[in-house]
Design a protein. Sequence first.
Length: 490
Amino acid sequence: MLDTNTCHKARMSKDARFDGKFYTAVLTTGIFCRPICPARAPKEENVRYYLSAEQAQEAGYQPCKRCLPELAPNPTLPTTIQALITSLVEGNLSVSELAEKHQLSTRQIQRIFSQELGLTPSQYLQQHRLLKARQLLTGTNIPITDVAFNSGFNSTRRFNEAIKASYQETPSVIRERLSRNLQSSEISILLHYRPPFDWQAMLEFFRLRQLPNIEVVGENSYRRTFTLGKANGWFVVTPIEGKDALKLNVSIDNLRCLDEVITRVRRIFDLDADMSVIHRHLSKDDLLAPVIANHQGIRLPGCWDIFEFSIRAILGQQVSVKAATTLAGRISQRYGSNLENSINDLTLCFPTPAQLANADFQGLGLTNSRMDTLKRWIVFYLEQPKALESFNLDELTELLTAIKGIGPWTVNYLAMRGLSQPDAFPASDLGVIKALSPSLTKSQSTSPNLKPNQNPASNSKASGKEISARAEQWRPWRAYAAIYLWLSLS
């Protein structure tokens, strides 16, 4: 439920931290806006608040032509409804098909959508397609024909009719509001986020882990190659001065895959995180509070591809970041494929599961046990390619630790950065142990249960049980806590 007092204060102050978290509909004009809209704020008695742009549009309001609600950051939603939305939008499923896929009843599906979004699944899908079309028209410069198919319409005629009926203007007229930042011959997309966001810290994280000829981290940009099914290409991400947004330039040989590229890039840079909520929760901890105060806007770095990251996570077991990156680079050079439309030093794509199916990994500097673990993992992944995305963290841990050579650290790190699960927590990580040991030892020294002549400093290394107990207070943001624990050591 929305708190009207909070919404009122946020829109009156044009607080960017609330962008995408609610929308203001104006009764007198029939439009709805983002909290950051530059237009003069209407009187409170003339507004209504909505959880989503889809809900406001379903209620009969039109998107504002100044603040462009379709370009707002994505909302942070509960895992259950987010999974349902993804299946609904990407699979174009009926309610019964959606229920069957997620092992729920159709009544449960309807209730979840009503409670979380105030809409039925069919209402949400219809409004989402229209808003997606507007997003691609005003937030990218791809051809209008490709906008139609990327937003879920099966024909350009149906697309044109739907846009004209909903917005009383044609797609070409909407396209005229395209940002000047995107008016170029390249495919360009605006990626909005809620501040704060420490772009330079994110670049530094990836700079230490960049793979030669696959990734290039510049002074103010991130570039990489990619494979997406049968499509491949490269992209460049840069910040836009004066805006809470990044600019994504893409070269791809199949525009039907563009939406997936946008989704993955948003995940790499954690653009949908609500950092004000995360900061407020984690700052209750005395150890994390000063680190957060000194490092505003540190986000959870994600990955482009879960298989690629799983290989890198296994390589990272008990070795330094530099060593793991070197080994991953050698695997890429030997087994990866050349990028046809390469640019400068972006010439190589990371090997696919099929390309590594018969790899022996000899002569790359890997131990026999690590090579065996990689081979077992690749066999497992080829047999169950969707397993990583189909289980919760506890189930995933049980499933993957049954594979020899994969332990809880690998699973949690994989969930944390590979799957972008905000509550994953590598309790056995050496950096986490080092960061927490002094504070836990201090609490032990004042414990009434401390026996005479027992010196806590003699066993100052925090145990896994102690670390897990301490981390309970950080739920559901333990992955971010881990990032701040690592920062506390720098």
